[in-house]
Write a protein that binds this ligand. Sequence first.
Ligand SMILES: [Zn+2]
Ligand SMILES: [Zn+2]
Length: 107
Amino acid sequence: MDCSICFEAYDDGSRVPKQLSCGHSLCARCATACADSESRLRCPQCQKVTLAPENTFTTNYELLNFLMICKANQQKKRVTFVRQEANDSTDLLRNSLKLVKGIDQQH
Ligand SMILES: [Zn+2]
Ligand SMILES: [Zn+2]
């Protein structure tokens, strides 16, 4: 999920997704950068104006949660992948142990 203005990925920091009254979203950086001195932001996608007193745009928590879940899933996948690698090397170790034992028995 990327901001449609700066094409950077949303995150839970300076690029938190902000929701406009029209339903469109953009990152906090762009929301602040695009707002005029009266804290009015014209949606870059549909030209509707959102009023945000003191630049307090509503955070799109739904989108943010979704992003965080995606992030967590990606990390989980990575962990499983590492575990699989670990299992592979244990098998390798076991197989080589068997080989060693086999040689021992031949003696
Ligand atoms: Zn942006
Ligand atoms: Zn809009």
